[in-house]
Design a protein around this ligand. Structure first.
Ligand code: GAP
Length: 439
């Protein structure tokens, strides 16, 4: 059973991320840039694997979902229709005593400044729109304003008719997208949990109105299971239905998949029954008909939408927190990331026992064989024990050691991360051996 992640664990993860090349503060040589992060050699693999696992489950393995990659820049009309221009705001207050700025709805005591402790010194709250605005072309000013998308979802709504007309999909069907979104968060923080630039994995599932409740239940269960299937411990995960006071006016039901972060339960993903709100809005604002005509029943209707909306960057961090373990090996404290093999940065590492040329060349040949199938690291520095420890620390499930006997018997030693058990495997059988274990 896993413990609830502690604040100390959080610091260890932030430290590990920097030390082992998962996440770097952005523009660090210039002093960093306001809660913005870059994903290093390990982080880019982890994040890509999270996204690929989502895509595999949401698009590749389904007959009823297709993909999309829509533009990040959008004209004001989209955001007028979606309601973001008018309503995508947070209540912002300034402390008159220390000039710090806060989100009113996130303050523990709405009267007390958490920075300087001043009471009753906040300005009147004002609505602060979270969208980043910029200009298209050389002229600044009205008529040239564009917005960076604050969610990927609108790309699916504005392309609903395009996809319907080109893909031969019919409700119930979904459109899925992974990509960057941007929000000018007032209080970003908790490392990559809340940032101004982040990645989302969203799917809009269009259904006949009468079937919406049933599909909502279906997607809540599917999405919860996805995290468990990737090794998230059940005691760190919950599905929390929103209370009536939390629901947007157009949503009849929403549930969040939540993870037990060091600061408590917090959101990884929201699954919402959005009714026909979005298509109605875009139909009204664009003047384009977005109804679906069902030839079988002779009915014309605006499909209802079930939306599972997850954060890739936030989810990658939750997987790291859940996977972090410290173990004692021969009196030495070591870190092991027990990441599921599908999301571990590398699935295997090839380690020649010595740097001698007669071992290096055949080891590289083994690396080449495996690299056709998986992301495989290659490391010939330091002692073998230290190299095992380094691979454990970044979650590599299998280490493959090529030693002097390998030159004679054409076999290598395969070490498994969690059990640390070692097995001699012939190089001829190596791909099949790992293939059975990396499904
Ligand atoms: N289309 C619905 C939508 O965007 P959301 O709950 O605002 O819903 C979905 O966002 C997911 O995107 C969240 O559950 C979270 O994982 C991620 N997310 C939202 N804002 C974020 C931020 N500032 N930084 C990192 N992830 C964020």
């Amino acid at each position: 059973m896993s413990d609830a992640p502690s604040p100390e664990l959080f610091d260890k993860i932030v430290n590990l991320c920097k030390r082992r090349g998962f996440v770097f503060p952005s523009a660090e040589i210039y002093g960093g840039f306001r809660s913005t992060y870059d994903y290093g050699p390990m982080g880019v693999l982890l994040l890509r694997n999270v996204k690929n696992s989502w895509w595999r489950s949401m698009v590749q393995l389904r007959h009823d979902v297709v993909g999309l990659d829509a533009a990040i820049l959008g004209p004001p009309k989209i955001w007028e229709a979606s309601g973001h221009l008018a309503n995508f705001t947070d209540p912002l207050v300034d402390c008159k005593s220390c000039q710090s700025r806060w989100r009113l709805d996130k303050l523990e005591d709405p009267d007390v400044c958490p920075n300087c402790g001043a009471r009753g010194q906040f300005t009147e709250p004002r609505a602060f729109n979270l969208m980043f605005k910029t200009h298209a072309g050389p002229v600044e000013g009205s008529g040239h304003e564009v917005y960076l998308r604050p969610e990927t979802a609108q790309g699916m709504f504005v392309n609903f008719a395009n996809v319907l007309n080109t893909s031969r999909k019919r409700p119930p069907f979904g459109i899925a997208q992974i990509g960057k979104s941007f929000r000018n968060e007032i209080t970003p923080g908790n490392f990559v949990f809340r940032t101004r630039e982040f990645e989302q994995m969203e799917m809009e599932f269009f259904v006949p109105p009468d079937d919406a409740d049933q599909w909502y239940e279906y997607w809540c269960a599917e999405r919860y299971q996805w995290y468990l299937d990737l090794g998230m411990p059940e005691e760190l995960l919950r599905l929390r239905p929103h209370g009536a006071d939390e629901l947007s006016h157009y949503s009849s039901a929403t549930s969040d998949v939540e993870f037990l972060f060091p600061w408590g339960w917090d959101e990884l993903e929201g699954i919402a029954n959005r009714g026909n709100y979005d298509l109605t809005q875009h139909q009204t604002h664009s003047g384009e008909k977005l109804e679906y005509f069902d030839q079988a029943s002779g009915e014309r209707y605006l499909p209802h939408v079930i939306e599972p909306a997850a954060g890739a960057t936030r989810t990658a961090m939750a997987f790291l927190l859940a996977a972090y373990h410290e173990i004692e090996v021969r009196g030495e404290r070591r870190t092991v990331l027990r990441l599921h093999h599908r999301i571990a940065p590398y699935q295997a590492a090839v380690l020649p026992l010595s740097k001698k040329e007669d071992l290096v060349e055949p080891s590289r040949a083994v690396h080449r064989i495996l690299a056709e199938h998986w992301m495989v690291d290659y490391d010939e520095t330091q002692s073998i024990g230290k190299r095992y420890a380094r691979q454990d620390e970044t979650g590599t499930p299998f280490c493959v050691t090529y030693d002097f006997d390998s030159l004679e018997d054409g076999a290598v030693t395969v070490r498994e991360r969690d059990s640390m058990e070692q097995e001699r495997v012939s190089i001829d059988r190596l791909v099949a051996y790992l293939g059975e274990r990396l499904v």
